[in-house]
Design a protein around this ligand. Structure first.
Ligand code: GLA
Length: 342
């Protein structure tokens, strides 16, 4: 029996390198300074509550049992860990989150990683960091059937304060790239709830794979053109950050957004409007972030201007779109990756 312990896993935001992870390309996400905390101790079964409400989730130590909502992730993580050889030790505890839901900050991947860390710890089962990320990626497939890449889970386990993660999704080698201290990361949700499972995510992945297998038509060649140009933009962004050339970021992010709009076709009118308002309002760089089909935009803005920037974008968005429903937003910094806190 372990005493009470606390585990933490952050959300993530992708700076650039969108829809490149599942074809072995480059990505540049960062963990953010918001996340999920799990407080718990070893037990016979898995028994968890969340401050987001809902029923207590109760499962056997290897993840069997009836679940829905977020319980599906708990079951999937425990089942993947059982397959990886984790001894069947349960976990009793509760979860608390300060991650806004539904704006594409990977709350599901944060939940998976937090649970996996805790379940490994109570069973004294060690997994190399990158294997933990890959296991949680498989748990996402198992839980909701989304064939996601490894970016989200990797950013969450490997995040470092004030740094982005430059990850090669083919070799899984990575480097941390320092972010400019004078810039904050503003995230503005489009108000369109993005349900990855029911969106075109799997279609896009299939189209890219068809293209890579040589099955070319107009659609697949545009999808591949996005992937190739986006991989170059990740390299250029890393080079610009290392050279302290913030002035180059705006064009790179804008090209990324346009490529996702025109070649990859995953933006929406609301995301397009938010990005153009961001540039008009003085963002250093802005683009849609995450899978698209709704979700959020990310904007790099001077720290001391971030609140004014968001206020102005929200105000003008309401004016231009005619939609007065408030949009969700947050201003964050790059934070540390998942860990046991105590
Ligand atoms: C989602 C997936 C990631 C990645 C992005 C698009 O966040 O979970 O693996 O493919 O979409 O870049």
């Amino acid at each position: 029996m372990t005493g009470q312990r606390t585990y933490y896993a952050p959300g993530r935001v992708n700076l650039i390198g969108e829809h490149t992870d599942y074809s072995g390309g480059f990505v540049l996400p960062c963990a953010i300074d918001r996340g999920i905390t799990l407080c718990g101790s070893s037990a016979e079964r898995i028994s968890l509550r969340s401050d987001r409400g809902g029923e207590r989730v109760v499962l056997t130590a290897d993840g069997q049992g009836e679940t829905d909502n977020w319980g599906r992730y708990a079951a999937a993580v425990a089942q993947e860990l059982a397959l990886a050889g984790r001894p069947p030790v349960g976990l009793e505890g509760w979860l608390r989150s300060d991650l806004p839901d539904g704006i594409g900050l990977s709350s599901s991947a944060a939940l998976e990683v937090c649970l996996a860390l805790a379940l490994c710890d109570v069973a004294e089962f060690a997994l190399p960091t990158i294997d933990l990320a890959l296991l949680c990626q498989r748990a996402e497939w198992r839980a909701v059937g989304v064939p996601c890449g490894v970016m989200d889970q990797a950013a969450i386990v490997l995040g470092r304060r004030q740094h982005a993660l430059f990850l090669d999704c083919a070799s899984l080698s990575y480097e941390h790239v320092e972010l400019p201290a004078e810039l904050a990361i503003a995230i503005v949700g489009s108000g369109e709830r993005r349900e990855l499972a029911s969106s075109g995510y799997a279609d896009r992945r299939r189209e890219v794979e068809c293209g890579l297998a040589g099955d070319m038509d107009d659609t697949t060649s545009r999808r591949l053109r996005h992937v190739e140009s986006e991989n170059r933009r990740v390299l250029d962004t890393v080079a610009a950050l290392r050279a302290g050339r913030n002035d180059l970021l705006g064009d790179l992010f804008l090209q990324s957004h346009r490529s996702l709009r025109d070649d990859f076709e995953v933006t929406t009118q609301r995301l397009d409007l938010l990005v153009s308002l961001s540039y008009e309002d003085g963002a250093v760089a802005a683009r849609m972030t995450g899978a698209g089909f709704g979700g959020a935009i990310v904007a790099l803005v001077p720290n001391d201007d971030a609140r004014r920037f968001v206020g102005s974008v929200l105000h003008r968005f309401a004016d231009r779109s005619g939609d007065s429903k408030p949009l969700r937003w947050d201003v964050v910094q790059a934070g540390d990756g998942a860990c046991r806190l105590s």
